[in-house]
Design a protein around this ligand. Sequence first.
Ligand code: TEU
Ligand code: CA
Length: 545
Amino acid sequence: MRWYKDAIVYQIYPRSFNDSNGDGIGDIRGIIEKLDYLKDLGINTVWLSPIYDSPLDDMGYDIRNYCDVLKEYGTLEDFKEMLDGMHRRGIKLIMDLVVNHTSDEHPWFLEAKKSVDNPYHDYYIFRKGKKGKAPNNWRSFFGGSAWEYNEATDEYYLHLFSKRQPDLNWENPKVREEVKKILKFWLDMGVDGFRCDVINLLSKKEGLPSTKGLPILSAKGIYIDGPKMHEYLQELKRDVFSKYDMFTVGECVLIDHETALSYVREGVDELNMVFHFEHMNADCFFSKWLPRKFKLRRLKAPLSKWQYALQDEGWNSLFLENHDQPRSVNRFGNLEYRVQLAKMLAVFIFSQKGTPYIYQGQEIGMTNAHYTSIDQYKDVETLNMYKTLRKFMSEKRAMKLVKIASRDNSRTPMQWNKAKNAGFSTGEPWLEVNPNYVEINVEDSLKDEDSILNFYKKYLALRKNHPIFVHGDYREHYPKSNKIAYYERNFDGKKLLVICNFTDKELKFNPIYDLSKFQLLLNNYSEDKDILLPYQAKIYLGEKA
Ligand code: TEU
Ligand code: CA
């Protein structure tokens, strides 16, 4: 049963979601307190970012013990209670699976680094240096070399992320067996699937050759979508995935649609869907750290390409936000129209064919962090990049980039109400709350009929009532327009039209079809004119004709 096609996913970043005991840190009991809120919103699946035991160098994406919960977040008993509470409400839970690397405090690594003949040495990727330098030219995603020297063995170890996140050696069958054990541990407990962190980095090309060309971008086939990816995923599918009623979504770095299809094609099912990031370049060159002006075409074109490529034989995941990305209202429009903009963006992205992923706070239109000093940031990528940037630019320019690109933009605590610390915590929050919580918060949004939150609820209910949202074929109109996003979906003799004005001005446009023959299903304005209002979004339903 491909239930993932009907999934509407809500991503929880646990540290910033809700703090139940006043220590300033979100926790599992805090999530339990909000399960009714999630149910009421209309989602049916939660993706929980890592809650495992971790020294938090990368906020939990560096795991010390895969089968236990970080003390600050609670206990395994709390976890089971949360899972049970979700299931009772008809909500499934997918966990974050981070197995490209572990924490440098994982017992395997503590052993591995001791000596070359330690039984765990081959769990990781150690190599001799070349003439006193790193074994090759690979760069870390967080800046700098991907190699760190280990004195005890006079070798370097590979870390594609921070130096406290050593890469596992997937060539070693013991590592693969360990991962299967971890998967079964959670699946047997009742977990419904996994979001697989940087899954297309698992396989590193034999001999670990240096890349030729731009760092990282030229790593395709070397450590991005490497030679044994299919082999590894097939093995996981054979021994684990196929034995449970679950789904996987693979986070895939720099992946193209053809490679994605080779993983997700129905029948192959190595993964059920992937996250790609091509549309995240709509306002930057390859990386958030190289910003440029937002252009609608750069958002639409990659999304459309993926729609056409995957809609028949595969499946897409639909997102504009996650814990690594700045807030969408800051990126894809004029923030002065925040409310209409947030509603329009939801209609635009989630009405395509695929599974929607809503990131916590997106449903109330939360904005980027307000910070002005580097000391206010906590994210390891941000701090590393800042250090790198400061080598060749002024503090002012570096801070300007940090403000645009930092991952902490989406990690500020969830804004629940007008109380102290936005109702997130009675104590000192681990990361500063955005002061705009007095205007932007859940409690007020629930009361306001025209709020973004109530629009999300209406929209998600509509989606559930009309199978065309899940099953309809996708076809785009006006692909070249930088002002309007317009596409249709077709299913079972019906046609759905999705029309979005991406400008802050009124807009004339030719709808192609005779709209008087269609029913207006949803509108983010109370007015309905021939022209489109700033950031207006409308959905029409009619006969296919
Ligand atoms: O992200 C992978 C990834 O590609 C990002 O690190 C990306 O390069 C960066 O966030 C852009 O700002 C995943 C997780 O989502 C991320 O939180 C982790 O830090 C990373 O893997 C390592 O586990
Ligand atoms: Ca807490």
